[in-house]
Design a protein around this ligand. Structure first.
Ligand SMILES: NC(=O)C1=CN([C@@H]2O[C@H](COP(=O)(O)OP(=O)(O)OC[C@H]3O[C@@H](n4cnc5c(N)ncnc54)[C@H](O)[C@@H]3O)[C@@H](O)[C@H]2O)C=CC1
Ligand SMILES: O=C(O)[C@H]1O[C@H](OP(=O)(O)OP(=O)(O)OC[C@H]2O[C@@H](n3ccc(=O)[nH]c3=O)[C@H](O)[C@@H]2O)[C@H](O)[C@@H](O)[C@@H]1O
Length: 432
């Protein structure tokens, strides 16, 4: 196998995973970040994000002398053949992607990039960004390639090493092949295309996933009203291979660091070329409505929310991560706090104080004296709760499970009344 000298700029979810995984494939990797504390902690082997196997891969890469961390992009790229940009592209003014970190790094490295290097944009960026980066670099000898990343938080290493596909976009086929070759060992289908198409793939994929979720949340609402059960409906739909079983679970709305910002960015990308994109706009609005629907359900169950005490189970945007960025759980909690509810919240991976609620260190502390309990993140430990203990700690008897995660029998046996999304709970479920 050929070994490449690689630089990775940005050591967040994508950058650290990319760096550690490429080192595990045998390449020599230098990762850079602007955050001095993060770099110091990574050098000491401290990985602060919750990702299975990531800390082990980082330690193995460091021990083998194939993975190093430095402060500042300039100090990472000096002898790199390939430079991956894994920089944040958060929602900027008006919803468009904020490219300031990508642009700042392009300016920072342009004079120190070795001759013939390839700069790879792994960040999610609007169409045209590769061209913009190339212009900022101003280097005829340096090719810019788009290589969008499709990993999910909570399974980042597994997704990176076992991807469904690898997309490489470049206007120079030679540069695209050079980047594609880095991933040959992964054995995934590699799709080579022009840079604009690769940049578009990422938004088109994330918006499609968000649309699927908003659709299923809207179907769940209908199911409640017509007396159908969304779990049966989605199972029946999902056996159709054109639809598939995944990404069909209703919830308190979709969130996380990417789907919200990428849907907004897609609306702006369309607007910039004079196109309205009502499908993506409705996807976003349906999601906000889903969060309001959770609050409505609680209000219907227990009456006015002002002064009510609500136990909140889960704060992360999904189970398996400690990431709170654009978490629907936080959005629902905010709406409840706005209504004047008093919130006691527990998440197994979050202990820092948060505005509008009291974060407590056990689920039983969160339900103490609660008029209602709402489950917002599907952590396995919530399914295993002692519901008799929960019932004895609560003041009321309402449990709202927004993830279809709890065992209805276990909750009902404790004398609690379980509400869900997408199904009318049948009398037999509550009668035990
Ligand atoms: N989080 C995810 O699951 C996925 C994210 N993406 C995309 O990848 C990109 C990165 O996302 P994350 O890794 O989640 O971001 P992140 O916020 O976790 O990490 C970004 C890192 O870049 C560093 N940074 C910022 N400015 C810098 C600079 N000037 N020089 C050096 N380092 C700098 C930050 O300190 C931070 O450590 C975004 O465009 C995102 O949309 C794509 C697929 C999955
Ligand atoms: O661009 C990105 O950053 C990434 O965004 C998502 O990954 P991630 O944000 O880690 O989270 P998902 O697993 O996609 O979940 C997103 C949200 O949808 C919700 N969800 C997911 C699946 C489902 O069936 N139901 C449901 O409500 C989750 O709870 C969560 O709030 C995409 O799945 C990745 O492919 C992509 O690389």
């Amino acid at each position: 196998m050929f070994v490449r000298r690689i630089a990775v700029v940005g050591t967040g979810y994508v950058g650290l995973t990319t760096g550690a995984c490429l080192a595990s494939l045998g390449h020599r990797v230098v990762c850079a970040d602007v955050d001095a504390l993060k770099v110091a902690r990574l050098r000491a082997g401290q990985v602060d994000i919750l990702e299975p196997d990531l800390a082990d891969l980082v330690a193995a890469g460091q021990a083998a002398g194939r993975l190093a961390f430095v402060e500042g992009a300039r100090h990472a790229v000096g002898d790199a053949e390939v430079v991956f940009l894994c920089l944040p592209t958060p929602m900027g003014v008006g919803g468009a992607a904020d490219l300031s970190a990508v642009e700042a790094v392009a300016r920072e490295i342009r004079d120190v990039l070795p001759r013939g290097a390839v700069v790879v944009c792994k960040s999610t960026v609007p169409v045209g960004t590769s061209t913009r980066v190339a212009a900022l670099l101003g280097r005829e000898d340096v090719a810019v390639v788009s290589n969008p990343e499709f990993l999910r938080e909570g399974s980042a290493v597994r997704d990176f090493l076992h991807p469904d596909r690898i997309v490489v976009g470049a206007d120079s086929p030679r540069a695209a092949e050079r980047v594609g070759a880095l991933f040959t060992r992964l054995g995934a289908p590699t799709v080579l295309m022009d840079a604009a198409s690769a940049e578009m793939v990422k938004y088109a994929a994330n918006c499609f996933l968000a649309m699927k979720l908003s659709y299923v949340n809207a179907v769940a609402e209908l199911c409640e009203l017509v007396g159908a059960d969304v779990a049966s409906v989605t199972e029946g739909m999902g056996h159709d291979k054109r639809i598939g079983q995944s990404f069909l679970k209703p919830g308190p709305g979709w969130g996380g660091s990417c789907l919200p910002k990428d849907t907004h960015a897609m609306v702006r990308i369309a607007e910039a070329v004079g196109v309205d994109f009502p499908l993506v706009k409705a996807t976003i609005e349906t999601n906000a409505r889903q969060q309001r629907r959770v609050v409505e359900k609680l209000r219907r169950a227990i009456g006015p929310l002002a002064g009510a005490r609500i136990g909140v189970l889960g704060l992360a945007f999904k189970a398996g991560t400690n990431d709170l960025r654009d978490s629907p759980a936080l959005a629902v909690a905010e709406l409840l706090a706005f209504e004047g509810a008093e919130l006691l919240a527990h998440d197994p991976e979050i202990s820092r104080p948060l505005a509008g609620m009291t974060v407590v260190d056990s689920p039983y502390a969160a339900v103490r004296g609660a008029d209602a309990v709402v489950l917002l993140t599907e952590w396995p430990q919530f399914r295993a709760l002692d519901w008799a203990l929960v019932a004895s700690a609560m003041a009321g008897s309402t449990v709202l499970d927004t993830r279809g995660h709890l065992d209805p029998d276990a909750v009902a046996r404790a004398g609690l009344v379980l509400h869900g999304l997408g199904r009318e709970l049948r009398v037999s479920d509550q009668a035990r």
